[in-house]
Design a protein around this ligand. Structure first.
Ligand code: GDP
Length: 607
């Protein structure tokens, strides 16, 4: 192993590996990140979900200290040939999955967090699929071992030893959970093994038992990351000077104006460089004024202690100060034009990328208008809308301006419920809100996608309910009734008789007529009873007693004289009532009810 390190040192310079953390919700991703970064950011997150992306540089010095108990794996400080770790604070898994351009493409090594008590959960499986599909190597952190029966915590030793020193009963509990989880992985076609028993790291994914809470096993996890980076990943981690950088966040803060946070994977950036990045209104060309790196071991967004640099080299997370960054978009590459003629080339490149992405977002003719702070979060949100069957007709990135309200207002003529802007984690300009109020565009804003989605769904339901109440008197549901002659209780107004619902369904208020007698009107159904119980509605196949009251303006019709048992009764529908059903009562109608409507349309000559 020493020799291996030596040989690499003499021939290659490695860059810092970029590490991502994935797993099911509540498995402990944030806590593991906190532990790795030694920060506490969870409290700042909306609903505990990590929805934005930050990066932390963990320097060699810290790594060395934290892996003291694993000197068997890493014996001397000189053995490190990577300069440190660059840890990405991944967003919630659902969003991460959809970041085509973000996250996983530059992730060198992932930590898949599994809760030892719960095993593999749906998002763990999705993470596995995501990682294997993109061929991203990963290490499994089997987390929350402190919850094992009678666990004796020790974060000063390597986890192999800590496990050995547990009581037999704790060991048994561990074995049982561990074996279950191995089987669950096998069901996903993955071989896994405890890292210190791994027979072949090329075939078996390594597991490190951890407790992110007490820190047990965290040193071993870091040591294993280092080992993996310095053996199997050296090729990927070899530094090249060809620039590879991605914009992660756009911020306006600390009196610096708008800045961008980027991850520089390979290559270098210097103050004065001409950069080209994607903006909401096309490519942005600007010049780097300052390069800031947070103080070691601090995350970019939780500190304002910066070191300024003239030149930085990958891999690292950097904040860039420059003019014209207000409309920058995240999740897309940053280019540097070293020669003037490269500016147009890279502008084109950015335009092509933007076109491809927006084209793939499948806008509908009728739908809501969606706005998000970043391309990544927009993609994640659209995915959620798709699974929730909410169509979208317009999208944009950045704050909601008056022009967005104007675009959303085109839906007013199509379907009022869609004249709605769903603003995910973005500001709404005052005059945009005022204008929206004036013309009747609704704006919902939230910084959690699920909540925002729910807000719209309840709004839709509320609109539906109001519409139904408003149009109730115009809705006529289709029915076909056969008179039961042995149950005719009153032959003249109000007619009271037993009927069999032959087709469709009968509802209170339905106007009834006799098609075979020139569509003679009988009146409206004012009560429905079955076994002396009142009903609002009776479906096909039921036998019920109904009361039909005629309009006062009409001469009442008599059973036995104007019509009799052989005449089928039907609901008297109209063009208007069909339109009302279509617009507001679709959910109450089944396919065969629509078929009956078609039959009735012919009988009543409705075009
Ligand atoms: P995430 O949703 O995957 O980011 O999970 P969090 O890091 O937010 O953790 C979910 C819950 O599990 C929190 O209440 C944590 O305090 C707790 N937790 C995380 N790691 C551990 C651990 O190792 N042991 C125990 N007992 N609880 C943990």
């Amino acid at each position: 192993y020493h020799e291996l390190c030596e040989s690499h040192r003499s021939t290659k310079i490695l860059r810092a590996p970029i590490i991502c953390v994935l797993g099911h919700v509540d498995a402990g991703k944030t806590t593991i990140l906190d532990n790795l970064r030694q920060t506490h950011v969870q409290d700042n997150e909306a609903g505990g979900i990590t929805q934005q992306i930050g990066a932390t540089n963990v320097p060699l010095e810290t790594i060395y200290k934290r892996t003291e108990m694993c000197r068997k794996m890493i014996t001397r400080k000189d053995d490190f040939i990577i300069p440190g770790l660059l840890i990405i604070d991944t967003p919630g898994h659902e969003i991460f999955k959809n970041l085509r351009s973000l996250g996983s493409s530059f992730c060198d090594l992932a930590i898949l967090v599994v809760d030892i008590m719960h095993g593999l959960a749906p998002q763990t499986i999705e993470s596995i699929e995501l990682l294997t599909k993109r061929q991203i190597p990963f290490i499994i952190a089997l987390n929350k071992i402190d919850l094992l029966y009678d666990w004796k915590s020790n974060n000063k030793e390597n986890i192999e030893l800590v496990l050995q020193e547990q009581s037999q009963i704790t060991k048994n509990h561990f074995e049982k959970r561990y074996n279950d989880i191995i089987c669950q992985f096998a069901q996903q076609n993955l071989n896994v093994a405890l890292y210190y028993k791994n027979p072949d790291p090329n075939e078996f994914y390594s597991i490190v038992p951890t407790s992110a809470r007490s820190g047990d096993g965290m040193g071993s996890l870091i040591a294993l990351i280092i080992e993996k980076c310095q053996t199997t990943l050296t090729k990927r981690l070899t530094y090249t000077d060809e620039l590879q950088a991605t914009v992660m966040e756009v911020k306006s803060n600390y009196g610096y104006g708008t800045t961008i946070d980027i991850v520089l994977i390979n290559g270098h950036l210097s103050v004065g460089d001409k950069i080209i990045i994607a903006g909401q209104e096309g490519p942005i060309v600007t010049q780097i004024r300052r390069l800031l790196i947070p103080e070691s071991n601090q995350e970019l967004r939780v500190t304002n202690q910066y070191q300024t640099h003239e030149k930085v080299k990958g891999a690292c997370g950097i904040r860039i100060l420059a003019t014209d960054l207000e409309k920058s978009m995240v999740g897309l590459p940053l280019f540097v034009a070293r020669q003037t003629d490269e500016i147009d080339y890279f502008k084109n490149e950015i335009e092509t990328i933007l076109k491809t992405i927006l084209n793939s977002m499948q806008l509908k003719e009728k739908g809501v208008y969606v706005q998000a702070s970043t391309l990544g979060s927009l993609e994640g949100f659209l995915q959620l809308l798709k699974t929730s069957h909410i169509p979208y007709a317009g999208i944009n990135i950045g704050p909601v301006y008056r022009k967005d309200v104007i675009r959303a207002s085109t839906q007013l003529e199509k379907d009022v419920q869609f004249a709605t802007i769903l603003a995910f984690d973005v500001k709404i300009e005052k005059d945009a809100q005022e204008y929206a109020n004036t013309i009747g565009v609704k704006i919902f804003r939230h910084d959690e996608i699920y909540r925002l989605c729910d807000m719209f769904i309840s709004y839709q339901e509320q609109i539906k309910k109001t519409n139904q109440e408003k149009h109730q008197h115009l809705a006529i549901f289709p029915c076909k009734l056969k008179i039961l002659p042995q149950y005719v209780f009153n032959t003249r107004d109000p007619i009271v008789c037993g009927v069999l619902v032959e087709d469709g369904f009968i509802k209170l208020g339905t106007p009834i007529c006799v098609p075979s007698k020139d569509c003679m009107d009988l009146g409206r159904v004012v009560s429905i009873e079955m076994n002396h119980k009142s009903l609002d509605v009776a479906r096909k196949g039921s036998e019920v007693c109904i009361k039909i009251a005629s309009k006062t303006s009409e001469t009442p019709k008599t059973y036995g004289r104007h019509f009799d048992k052989d005449d089928i009764l039907m609901s008297k529908i109209s063009r208007e009532s069909i339109d009302v059903l279509k617009a507001y009562f679709r959910d109450d109608m089944q396919k065969k009810d629509w078929e009956l409507i078609i039959e009735l349309k012919k009988i009543f000559n409705i075009i």
